[in-house]
Design a protein around this ligand. Sequence first.
Ligand code: GDP
Ligand code: MG
Length: 570
Amino acid sequence: FPVENIRNFSIIAHVDHGKSTLADRLLELTGTIDKTKNNKQVLDKLQVERERGITVKAQTASLFHNYEGKQYLLNLIDTPGHVDFSYEVSRSLAACQGVLLVVDANEGIQAQTVANFFLAFEAQLSVIPVINKIDLKNADPERVENQIEKVFDIPSDECIKISAKLGTNVESVLQAVIERIPPPKVHRKNPLRALVFDSTFDHYRGVVANVALFDGVVSKGDKIVSAHTQKTYEVNEVGVLNPNEQPTHKLYAGQVGYLIAGMKDVTEAQIGDTLHLHKQPVEPLPGFKSAKPMVFAGIYPVDQSEYNNLKSAIEKLTLNDSSVTIHRDSSLALGAGWRLGFLGLLHMEVFNQRLEQEYNASVILTTPTVPYKAVLSSSKLIKEYREKEITIINPAQFPDKSKVTEYLEPVVLGTIITPDEYTGKIMMLCQARRAVQKNMMFIDQNRVMLKYLFPLNEIVVDFYDSLKSLSSGYARDKAHSIGKAMCERLKDCLPRQLFEIAIQASIGSKIIARETVKAYRKNVLAKCYGGDITRKMKLLKRQAEGKKKLRKIGNIEVPKDTFIKVLKTQ
Ligand code: GDP
Ligand code: MG
């Protein structure tokens, strides 16, 4: 296939603006899939994607299209829109020369539209703005056109207005892909240089690496080397994604496809790695910044006997999602488990759902936290912490306060786009979350774009819900209210014992909340009929001993479901 007839592009957008639906239409229009009423987000193959109606993993499809007497090969990479998965987006963009930036004609530019645009802009890709959903009653494509011109500096006449749902004007999207996106700059005569931009794990065939070829050719039987690990492999299969895998004899520079070469797990096919032929080393392509987990949660089997099954499920799933980090962990209450690091809350939920659906595991997830850093006062450096600065991913690891001079927390730059009438309320919400305003601009007559630096911890769990509801009453210091709520929940869930139980929430040695579960006196005499006084005495004595023993040990039987109720994230 001549390189000048190849186009590699991605579809990027805010969540729900219609990327996957547009991909369906492009697949149909090019005859890649049959046109039926049932083609809904065809590229969303995972069950969790279908149920939640979101794209989690980027997907690739090769389309053939005839245009002005020539046949073109269009490699399309559908990407997730949610911020947690922007790592997937930047990976996909490395294999592309252009993007379709899809914007909903009713909602207009949203936060992820902005974030994804800048990813493409920084990668110096051609951006084709596509205004989608013009069939909607409230669609206002002119307003969105002006927003695009104002925020992205793209002339409004470059916008293509379509309805992906009805297929209106989708033809001109294909035309723009061919006319406005340049072919890849590659050299087929040079030795092989292939970028691994994604990889998945298949139980039967091992790692399936998605590759974009920048130089050369690769065929079945070739000996290839990973520039990252220097390990050598023999290529068992190459092919294109149509969108299902379709083996071919060779892959040429400019093409996007897959490659199977007996790699045992995804750590051997690192995303961002360069593959070259054995004994023909090349300059590796620029890799990617590795994804940094920012949300940590404990994960435990509901039943400890399930530990090994859960372990193998987690291992298998992380084979397909190398952005999750794993540390072994244990908790007095929940037993042995792990502390996993995720890119965000949705990423965590999706991971959990995939564990349940694809591996049949049932787990307890604890409330997520963000990593903190503690700077230790050097005079107080103690043996267990060799470093002056330590990273804490588990609340149980917080060092003694007297040894710490300073705590550092992760902050994120957040973009909020809102109708003007809510600006005041939103600014108050942001302030209550300790955010610092960075920027504010009108993107049209009544829409405002705000940029704030947020402490991640303040927004990770429920910020989006608060933003949506804008309900009142934000506590500045949340520790007390969380502590109080925990104690109250425990009080309600714990069965009463023969003695009083004090429930306290503390930060270090400072008690911030307290509840009491009253003792009840077990009526041991209820079954004692008649006047056998010695038996009565014996029983009462035994009860007293029992109480003493329990009190001394301070031991209470806490039913497991109590822990689940108290610790589980809702
Ligand atoms: P994605 O998150 O960007 O991949 O968005 P999807 O393709 O999953 O679409 C989100 C929702 O918008 C789905 O319910 C689609 O049916 C709907 N949708 C997509 N395109 C259009 C369109 O042109 N018109 C209308 N009315 N709805 C659309
Ligand atoms: Mg999608």
